[in-house]
Design a protein around this ligand. Structure first.
Ligand code: GLN
Length: 309
């Protein structure tokens, strides 16, 4: 996709340098105690193109928890297991100015699938005999989408969040009281937190991005992993709601469907071109990686990746 590999590496290195100026800004997430133990100076960037070109910088072998980027996976699975109308009867499609774990944007239904209430809803739409089977299906989906077997469950992160997740617990019970689902609220919450505790690497997320950029088709053999209709929905929701209350501003400045997580990762997708993952744990007030959003902005400008020209 990028014609001159050497030149591309040079441009990316310059963009990284510019964005690392911000590496002391923001704080790592600490409301999940285990996340406060990460090294705030960690940095990784992976770009994987639909033609298979791959660029990796920094600690791209570093394992981190997927956190809210799992909301993309839950939406994909909800759309696989149900029809589109069934999904969007239960969860809205509109951005919100409230924080990702706010209860305010649950009117009759959660505002969108990429806030906590929305992802707790999509988690309730994932099919399976029991919690273990549902979670296994999610992990297998992440393996398939990332073309990697190095996907693991980070039990410490999971336990740490389960012990401190009163807000998400309230959201789960509230949604149940609104008849969004009739399953046990504790079980739906548990699946949601397990999904957030999946551990992977920047290369894995960039690969998921590349697959979305490729219309849901496997990069090497073209077989369909996600339907094109689902990819369209997921990318549209990433563009409009993927960066929480900064989604509009981010789309305006960066022009790339993206999804962030409080571990400090951001996944960006340039349809037809590539998937990008930046990992840098210090976050701004909205919960978006500071270096991550600056780097995606530079890359969008310097590599001409803005989807709006
Ligand atoms: N597990 C986190 C939570 O539910 C995910 C939030 C995020 O990454 N923004 O609070």
């Amino acid at each position: 996709m990028f014609k001159d590999k050497e030149k591309t590496i040079e441009i990316i290195e310059k963009s990284i340098k510019k964005s690392l100026v911000h590496s002391n800004e923001g704080d790592v997430a600490s409301y999940i105690p285990e996340l406060a133990n990460v090294d705030p100076t960690d940095f990784a960037l992976s770009i994987i193109c639909v033609d298979g070109q791959e660029y990796n910088f920094g600690d791209y072998n570093k394992l981190f928890s997927i956190q809210s980027i799992s909301k993309v996976i839950s939406l994909i699975m909800a759309l696989n297991d149900n029809n589109v109308d069934e999904v969007f009867e239960k969860v809205g499609t509109e951005p919100t100015k409230y924080k990702f774990n706010s209860l305010i944007p649950i009117d009759d239904i959660a505002a969108n699938p990429f806030i906590n209430a929305g992802a707790i809803t999509t988690s309730s739409l994932i099919k399976g005999k029991n919690l273990d089977e549902k979670f296994n299906r999610v992990v297998n989906m992440v393996k398939k989408l990332s073309n990697s077997d190095n996907i693991i469950f980070l039990e410490k992160v999971y336990k740490s969040e389960m012990d401190t997740t009163d807000v998400n617990r309230s959201i789960a019970y509230y949604l149940r009281s609104k008849k969004i689902f009739s399953l046990d609220a504790e079980e739906v919450l548990d699946l949601y937190i397990r999904n957030c505790s999946i551990g992977l690497h920047s290369t894995d997320l960039a690969h998921i991005g590349a697959l979305l950029a490729n219309g849901g088709k496997n990069l090497s053999n073209g077989s369909e992993i996600i339907s094109k209709d689902s990819v369209r929905i997921v990318l549209a929701q990433m563009a409009s709601c993927g960066m929480y209350e900064e989604s509009g501003r981010f789309l305006l400045e960066v022009g790339m469907p993206s999804k962030s997580g409080v571990s400090g990762a951001i996944l960006g997708v340039v349809p037809g071109k590539c998937g990008i993952c930046v990992y840098s744990p210090r976050l701004d007030k909205s919960g978006n990686s500071v270096v991550g959003k600056n780097l995606l902005k530079s890359l969008s400008e310097d590599l001409d990746l803005n989807i709006f020209l």
